[in-house]
Design a protein around this ligand. Structure first.
Ligand SMILES: Cc1ncc(COP(=O)(O)O)c(C=O)c1O
Length: 432
């Protein structure tokens, strides 16, 4: 049993530690909460994603319980992990949602989300997506450009409605682990300059179909230093003070997500530290503080289970591949890999690769592990940007997803079969 009783938001909750993420060896066998991983493999096969409900709840709570002087709202960033069962758990834990597409809106509505806790982000919202958000009465559209605001105004006018708006400003802060996940620099496609933000605020104020409800920014992902968040927050405060001078009141300030997690044993910032420093910067303000964490809530709550098909020289060839977990190929990301059953065999340095016809198809490079044919492996810290980025490349069916809740486990996404791969294709038969 894990020790829930001693938990406090000040705990270092990201550390890879059995008490923290609920993936844990017992007598040499890996467990998720109280369920043996081998038992899950026997029932649902491989490759499979396995999530720990207790870990998800713990991480959501670490954020929600950290607010002291400000009223807070945590909107889980659905792009990190979008399975409806997971969204239901996070909703029950008190989270709202940050979405970036009509598809994600569909998911959160199915999960029973409170529309007044849904934030619609993203640079390319279509008219149909805007109309859907307005129809569902969501909390806010986070607007990223002048033409986007014009489009929202026109959609709202056609519907004879008032659309809620938060302006996403770009603070020109360089933060994030990888070039592809930095979003807060002037050269990135996200948000608008402070000057443009001020103009858009006025445009909202002058429109009968727009209601300015917030300011927002999001500077990147896997961020490991507090200073970048503080820099962006100080700029948000300056903007708020400008709005005060114009007698414009807004409901919330949304500082986005981005908190880094522990992939290779690195020190991470805790949600409590982040929220504490935001509260210091926004001291005395009445706005609600919204955060949009994704990775820091779900990454450590998931592992991917794979089976070794072959051992060839220094390669372990598994039945999981880059179509199941893209992060190593896309970002050169490192994920620890643990044997599901510890053994006394001699460990050696190996590359763990998949069956896809690309040299970039690897799960880990040069890791020290003792494993041979038919052994089960657990790829760690894949609960964020794991299953959501999977594809059918090489006509490989997507993996199953399993949720563990103490001593029970449930299939929350069936393994795809071959018929799904071709189910949307039209057969022209003899016409071509
Ligand atoms: C607007 C926005 N909010 C929140 C997030 C979640 O970021 P993270 O998973 O790093 O917390 C992202 C991710 O890119 C994002 O683009």
């Amino acid at each position: 049993m894990w020790n829930e009783g001693t938990y406090s938001p000040r705990d270092n909750f990201f550390n890879i530690n059995p008490v923290m993420d609920h993936f844990n060896y017992k007598k040499g066998k890996l467990f998720a909460e109280e369920v043996s991983i081998e038992e899950i493999a026997n029932k649902f096969g491989t490759p499979s994603y396995i999530y720990s409900k207790a870990t998800l709840e713990r991480h959501a709570k670490a954020y929600i319980d950290s607010f002291q002087s400000m009223k807070g709202l945590i909107c889980f960033s659905v792009k990190a992990l979008s399975n409806i069962s997971i969204l239901k758990i996070l909703k029950k834990a008190g989270c709202g949602f940050d979405i970036v597409s009509g598809g994600e809106l569909h998911r959160v509505i199915l999960a029973g989300a409170d529309p007044k806790k849904i934030i619609f982000s993203g640079v390319g919202k279509s008219r149909a997506e805007m109309a859907a958000g307005i129809n569902h009465n969501i909390l806010s559209f986070n607007i990223e450009s002048e033409p986007e605001l014009d489009r929202l105004k026109s959609v709202a006018r056609e519907m004879n409605k008032i659309a809620p708006v938060a302006i996403r400003f770009n603070p020109n802060v360089d933060a994030g682990a990888h070039e592809f996940t930095k979003t807060g620099r002037k050269s990135d496609k996200f948000g608008v300059s402070i000057e443009t933000a001020k103009n858009l605020v006025k445009e909202c104020n002058d429109s009968d179909n727009l209601n300015l409800v917030g300011l927002t920014c999001h500077i990147g992902s896997q961020i490991m230093e507090l200073e970048s968040f503080e820099d962006a927050a100080s700029q948000a405060l300056d903007l708020l003070i400008e709005l005060d001078k114009l007698n414009i009141n807004i409901d919330f300030i949304d500082m986005g997500g981005g908190l880094g997690v522990n992939y290779i044993g690195e020190e991470t910032i805790q949600p409590f530290e982040l929220i504490q420093s935001y509260e210091k910067i926004f001291k005395g303000r009445d706005e609600i503080l919204i955060l949009e964490p994704g990775r820091s809530i779900s990454a450590n709550a998931g592992i991917m289970l794979a089976k070794v098909e072959y051992k060839k020289d220094d390669f372990l060839i598994t039945d999981a591949a880059m179509n199941d977990l893209l992060r190593p190929a896309l970002y050169d990301a490192h994920h620890d890999i643990w044997p599901v059953e510890k053994n006394d065999n001699l460990a050696s340095n190996v590359n763990v690769v998949g069956p896809i016809c690309e040299t970039g198809d690897f799960l880990a490079k040069d890791i020290n592990i003792a494993a041979s044919e038919n052994d089960l492996l657990a790829v760690r810290t894949v609960g964020a940007y794991g299953s959501v980025m999977s594809s059918n490349y090489n006509s490989r069916p997507r993996a199953a997803e399993v949720l563990v809740d103490r001593k029970n486990f449930y299939l929350i996404r069936k393994r795809e079969d071959h018929s799904i791969l071709t189910s949307l294709e039209e057969g022209l038969d003899d016409q071509i």
